[in-house]
Design a binder for this molecule. Structure first.
Ligand code: ATP
Ligand code: MG
Length: 271
């Protein structure tokens, strides 16, 4: 069964990534119950809902980290298949997990190249794992990724990640996702553990992603951040869609009501 997603506000821009009728069960828990979701290039789509609403599960389904039990994927309107993180990454879909999965003991440039480290030319007679890494190439790649996102507070790509602030780490994790030729970047509560200045830095990076024509999915509980950074807001409740709002045409109170009570039905009762 596919839920009918209500759209509140302007007509939607053409979807880049869309899913319809997504179901996901974990044993007895029916976490997603026919969810529709979409995001366009050059927009930030906020994904909100109470604890346990299914936001992280939906994001992991979109990233191929969880296999949906049912439902369909579309990329630029064409049916697509996402059954593994590899499928998702080949389609340009990248996720930044809350724990970031950065290596503390490596520097920024090594973290940005993890899994696709450039090797020095001329050593191809050795098995790949034994070839010397091209530090310079790694540094150049890292500088490009950081410059693209205009992360200004980072002194050097040679700095160890262990010594960076939370906001800087978040920016590095985002730069890594963006570096992989992605078109969709998904962030799960990127500012949850950050102070004011660091949150600001991450919000600027998110805006920068929109400017570079990425489709951005942004999960957050912070209404102020959501209203600052998003173009649209999709509300989930108990694993189903409540509605999708145009940010400029709604307000935090309306979103909180939708998150906690759902949409009022026609006869005036809370859903
Ligand atoms: N790996 C898992 N195994 C079993 N149940 C899970 C798993 N992941 C999520 N769930 C369940 O699915 C439901 C949705 O969880 P999810 O993490 O998607 O919620 P959320 O909206 O991200 O919540 P929060 O705001 O607390 O992060 C919850 O009932 C949760 O307990
Ligand atoms: Mg979550």
């Amino acid at each position: 069964m596919t839920s009918e997603n209500k759209v509140v506000g302007q007509a939607a821009p053409p979807a880049h990534l869309a899913v319809r009728g997504i179901h996901k069960r974990f044993g007895g828990v029916h976490a997603l119950r026919g969810v529709d979701f979409e995001v366009a290039r050059g927009e930030v789509m906020a994904l909100v809902g109470d604890n346990g609403a299914g936001k992280s599960t939906l994001m992991k389904v979109l990233a191929g980290a969880h296999l949906a039990d049912d439902g369909a994927f579309f990329l630029d309107g064409k049916p697509a298949e996402v059954t593994s993180p590899n499928d998702a990454s080949e389609l340009g879909i990248q996720i930044v997990y809350q724990d970031l999965a950065l290596c503390e003991n490596l520097d920024v440039s090594a973290n940005l190249s993890l899994g696709s480290e450039p090797v020095k030319p001329g050593w191809s007679f050795l098995p790949r794992l034994l070839r010397p890494l091209d530090d310079l190439e790694m540094e150049v790649k890292a500088k490009k990724a950081i410059d693209r996102l205009e992360v200004r507070t980072l002194q050097s790509v040679r700095a160890k990640v262990g010594g960076l602030s939370g906001g800087q780490r978040q920016a590095i994790a985002i730069a890594r996702a963006v570096g992989a030729e992605s078109t969709v970047v998904m962030l799960d509560e990127p500012t949850a553990a950050l102070g004011v200045a660091q949150t600001r830095q991450v919000l600027e990076v998110v805006k920068r992603l929109r400017e570079t024509n990425h489709a951005v999915v942004y999960i957050s509980h912070n209404m102020r951040d959501i209203f600052e950074v998003s173009d649209r807001i999709t509300v989930l409740r108990h694993g189903t869609n409540v509605a999708t709002y145009t940010t400029s045409e709604t307000n935090p109170d309306e979103i909180v009501v939708a998150m906690t009570r759902g949409l009022d039905t026609e006869n005036g009762n809370a859903a």
